[in-house]
Design a protein around this ligand. Structure first.
Ligand SMILES: *Cc1c(COP(=O)(O)O)cnc(C)c1O
Length: 379
């Protein structure tokens, strides 16, 4: 046996992140049912930390028709995995490897003239989605530059240098349906499509909604929704029961009995109020347990919630096990769907003062990953 093989982590003795693709399949099917048009499965950031290729395959099998990513590198990984579905990549530098667009057979978003010129030069004939800023001042062309971008794109299209197949926008406040930015964003998107049409463009894919707007605002649906968070059980709209695919477990490395008053961890931020047993969890902020959750987080031990005490450190956290005799090796559930009383991703986000997206995308590369397949659907 090689030295490496001796160190190979095993489930049960190593922190393990389990991804239930059945949950991804169910969430996809629900969102496909809600969307007026097609559903693009957004699998950026390694499928929101759930495994890009697994989430992509699962979502396509459950009714999504396309894939969306930020970079061309991510698009390349989808193609390398054998996925042939349409892919859109929407965040690339001006000097990206645009030739890959044709090699990979993917669509790209174009937010301005510089990108347009670069794509035409390096990838003549590319399929592009013109991207308009619908009110975030983040990505996409500013309204004052939109008509010019449309005219330039149409001129290139006439010369056979590209095909404008889509127009895309993105809403800033879709999780707050009464926010005036939603009406403004929808109106600006409609104006952008009309302006593109006036320039002679005929974009067949017109897409504005992400998860929140797909669930809350049918007027934003147009021909396609780009859905990411919802696939992995995050509901920014607060209206819909989605399934959470992740379970994180870890065995206690060690336990110790401490007297009342014993200080714990960096900075001595917690002292045992009574004599108790402490357990050492081999997980810390380098694995994605947010340090900001120190002093608030809980985990499930033998069916009971137990507090994480003291500061969460880089590789470790300490759990107050109380007096029920828990020993080293006991497998603790750090987070999961919540069905057995374990903390959820939503709770970890609340304890950390952040959103679920940041928690799931932060769960680190050191975790052993196991995948539960979705199984055949429609049976
Ligand atoms: C991430 C992203 C999405 C997906 O948003 P969710 O809220 O996660 O569904 C859609 N469009 C763009 C441009 C994005 O960056």
């Amino acid at each position: 046996m090689s030295a490496l093989a001796y160190a190979t982590p095993r489930t049960g003795s190593h922190p393990t992140l389990t991804v239930d693709l059945g949950a991804v399949a169910d969430n996809t099917a629900l969102l496909v049912g809600r969307a007026a048009g097609e559903v693009m499965a957004v699998v950026k950031a390694d499928g929101f930390g759930h495994g890009m290729v697994d989430v992509a395959r699962t979502a396509l099998a459950a009714g999504a028709t396309r894939l969306g990513v930020t970079s061309l590198e991510e698009a390349g990984r989808l193609r390398a995995a054998g996925l042939r579905a349409p892919v859109l990549s929407w965040l690339n530098p001006v000097d990206a490897d645009w030739a890959a667009v044709l090699e990979l057979g993917v669509d790209v978003a174009v937010p301005g003239r510089e990108h347009l010129d670069a794509v035409v030069r390096a990838a003549p004939g590319a399929r592009v989605h013109l991207q308009v800023d619908t009110g975030m001042a983040r990505d996409g062309a500013e309204p004052s530059r939109w008509a010019d971008l449309c005219r330039a794109a149409r001129a290139a299209e006439r010369r056979g240098l590209l095909r404008v197949v889509g127009v895309m926008g993105h809403l800033a406040c879709a999780d707050q349906p009464a926010h005036p930015a939603n009406v403004a964003g929808r109106d600006r998107f409609t104006w952008a499509v009309t302006t593109a049409g006036a320039a002679g463009l005929r974009p067949v894919d017109r897409h504005l909604a992400a998860t929140a707007a797909t669930l809350l605002d049918p007027r934003s649906h147009h021909t396609m929704s780009r859905v990411g968070a919802g696939l992995v059980g995050i509901d920014p709209s607060g209206t819909t029961a989605l399934r959470s695919p992740l379970t994180l477990t870890a065995p206690l490395v060690d336990v110790r009995d401490v007297p009342a008053g014993c200080p714990v961890g960096y900075g001595h931020t917690w002292r045992a109020p009574v004599a108790t047993r402490l357990g050492l969890l081999p997980l810390g902020y380098a694995d994605g347990l947010p340090r900001a959750a120190s002093g608030r987080a809980e985990v499930l031990v033998r069916g009971r919630r137990r507090p994480v005490v003291g500061r969460i450190s880089m590789d470790m956290a300490v759990v107050d096990l109380g007096a029920d005799g828990t020993g080293a090796g006991e497998v603790v559930t750090v987070l999961g769907p919540g069905n057995d009383g374990e903390p959820t991703v939503r709770e970890w986000a609340a304890w950390s003062g952040t959103i679920e997206h940041e928690v799931v995308t932060g769960l680190g590369a050191r975790l052993l990953r196991t995948v539960c397949p979705a199984g055949p659907r429609g049976l």
